[in-house]
Design a protein around this ligand. Structure first.
Ligand code: AGP
Length: 610
């Protein structure tokens, strides 16, 4: 989704801004723009398409100055066009802003300002905020006061940076519902919506909280609330390393992240499996250690892939901890007036920790009295900070828009959480030990599963021409069918549906014909016999079946056009291993179709609007 980078210091701003925008490209966008300030005035460039198109404009016509802001836009109000790209200006052309989020009352503000004779240049909601700040400033001559007042008047969400010709060494930034991080360098500041654009310059950062406003000027950085109450900001050290956001020889971030999984799973479990005492150690939950086992119900929520991980979590927690568990889409939960009884443990799952619906759902269940945890990857993200306690994934930055390593780490964390809760309730010593031993072996099994890459690449070449695919799974692998289908849709733009295998005959079986590949996840578990029957049903209708299985089986090979084998593990943990061929199949199919895997059309890495 939209990205922001701002700079003030002694260096050439344009280069820093363009490089920063390149680091933000993975978030998804359709146009980009920047503004720098110099004694000659504001220098604005805007382009539809990629950052390299903007860079081309800047090369042809350089923009001088040591202060500026830049933006990648993911269109919400108004089509992707040069005029709609940020920055947006006030009527005098002296104030420029870049903005993430949505100004919900933009139409009312626009109507009011048009009545005052102000002419709008774009179709965006953001311009109403730029014009409002300019209008207030024209009446008071107080820039900071005008930003404050405007932010009081707008409804909606914002991560916002303002520059003005009348304060040529000052950046003003504010946030409500859309993240902003200030990087503190040596005599310079970099402000961004995403730490990956800051890490090249400094690891010292301050996270803005909702309704805070920061002014950066030659006297330093000053943070206050929008109501002008001073805030003492803590400075944090980013844990991210530069090499984590580089390609390291891989063609795409997605492929790199798929292949990182043995290591990221190891990191997600490091120090958390204690085979000596036979327990799971989750330091982030220590403060709630007494209360958690007493919970009566678990409520898991998230969006997209995180929701699929939650579905796996439901099977795990019910089976291992015997606690009734519900799963909801965060976007549905927040508006459903959810029933939160005493003893509800609510768990928000999010890679970015910034997904608008997941954050809103977290706030809703907290208000209703749930104990609210976060299972989050990005350290210091809003969900991580607002949850009462939580467990980090520790997989490093996930740049690929199609989530892979975060998904397997979410499943690993939920597996550990299930054992953690189970051990404090009914889980036997023996079962705990066997789960811990199995978990310990998962990184090595995932490494072995990556060995199917060549086979899956060949399979993708056979299958890529088909426009409709079906994925089937049962039990804990039913969410994997959903996840496999989502991965394929996201980067190949092929229509795919995931189903619990037995549901197929209640309707979708009507679609089976030789033109629709059916990918079946069939590990050897207690439903194996049933899934063989489901495969027979597909075969009887001339369907073409491709299976992912764990143990060589003649019968399965007879029924399927191809079987991809991955190492066997405990049934409850099999999604950690069966995900690998599904991820590779989506990746290789997208490559055959010639798509840019890391920049899939219309998608944003972090969805910070509802
Ligand atoms: C997955 O591949 C996605 N691109 C998307 O579904 C994602 O999982 C979802 O938007 C939730 O994001 P989060 O984990 O950052 O909250």
């Amino acid at each position: 989704m939209c990205g922001i980078i701002g700079y003030v210091g002694k260096r050439d701003a344009a280069e820093i801004l363009i490089n920063g925008l390149s680091q933000l490209e993975y978030r998804g966008y359709d146009s980009a723009g920047l503004v720098t300030l110099s004694t000659d005035g504001l220098h604005i460039r805007r382009a539809v398409g990629r950052v390299r198109q903007l860079q081309q404009l800047v090369t042809e016509k350089p923009v001088p100055g040591t202060i500026g802001v830049a933006h990648t836009r993911w269109a919400t109000h108004g089509r992707p066009s040069e005029m709609n790209a940020h920055p947006h200006l006030d009527a005098q052309g002296r104030i420029a802003i870049v903005h993430n989020g949505i100004i919900e009352n933009h139409a009312t503000i626009r109507e009011f300002l048009e009545q005052q004779g102000i002419e709008f240049q774009s179709e965006t909601d953001t311009e109403s905020l730029a014009q409002l700040i300019g209008f207030l400033y024209s009446q008071t001559g107080d820039l900071l006061g005008s930003v404050r007042r405007a932010l009081h008047d707008v409804q909606g969400t914002f991560g916002l940076v303002v520059v003005s010709l009348d304060a040529p060494q000052t950046l003003i930034a504010a946030r409500r519902g859309s993240p902003l991080i200030v990087g503190i360098g040596d005599g310079e500041y970099v402000i961004s919506s995403d730490a990956s654009a800051i890490i090249t310059h400094t690891s010292q950062v301050a996270y803005l909280d909702d309704n805070e406003i920061v002014t950066i000027d030659p006297s330093g950085m000053h943070v206050a609330t929008i109501d002008a109450m001073p805030v003492d900001k803590r400075v944090h050290t980013l844990e991210m390393r530069l090499e984590q956001i580089e390609l390291a020889g891989y063609e795409h971030h997605m492929l790199k992240e798929i292949f990182e999984q043995p290591e990221t799973l190891q990191n997600a479990m490091r120090g958390r499996l204690n085979l000596r005492t036979n327990e799971v150690v989750l330091a982030g939950l220590q403060q709630l250690e007494r209360d958690l086992p007493r919970c009566r119900r678990v409520l898991l929520f998230g969006c997209g892939t995180a929701w699929h991980a939650a579905l796996v979590g439901e099977y795990l927690i019910e089976e291992l901890a015997r606690i009734p568990t519900d799963v909801d889409y965060a976007s549905e939960l927040r508006y459903r007036n959810p029933i939160v009884e005493e003893g509800t443990l609510a768990i928000a799952i999010s890679q970015s920790g910034e997904t608008a619906d997941t954050l809103a759902a977290l706030r809703e269940v907290k208000t209703k009295g749930a104990t609210a945890l976060g299972v989050v990857n990005v350290v210091g993200s809003t969900i991580a900070r607002e949850a009462q306690a939580g467990v980090y994934l520790h997989v490093g930055p996930e740049i690929g828009v199609a989530s892979t390593k975060a998904f397997t780490a979410q499943v690993a964390v939920l597996s550990m959480l299930a054992v953690y809760l189970g051990r404090r309730r009914h889980l036997s010593n023996e079962r705990t030990e066997s789960m811990l031993r199995e978990l310990e072996q998962i990184p090595a099994k995932v490494r072995a599963a990556l060995g199917v890459h060549d086979q899956v690449r060949d399979l993708a070449r056979q299958l890529a021409e088909w426009d409709n695919w079906l994925y089937l799974g049962r039990g804990v692998n039913y969410p994997l069918a959903l996840e496999g289908a989502l991965k394929l849709k996201e980067i190949s733009y092929i229509h795919a549906e995931g189903l619990p295998a037995a549901e197929m005959k209640h309707g979708p079986i009507a679609m089976i014909d030789p033109g629709m590949p059916v990918v079946v996840i069939a590990p050897r578990d207690n439903t194996y016999g049933k899934i063989l029957s489901n495969i027979e049903e597909v075969r009887s209708r001339e369907g073409r079946v491709f299976a992912i299985a764990t143990e060589p089986d003649r019968e399965l090979e007879r029924l399927c056009e191809e079987v991809v084998y991955v190492p066997a593990t405990s049934a409850m943990l099999s999604p950690l291993v069966t995900s690998v061929p599904l991820q590779l199949l989506a990746y290789e199919t997208a490559i055959v179709r010639g798509h840019d895997v890391d920049k899939p059309r219309n998608l944003a890495k972090s969805v910070t609007v509802e």
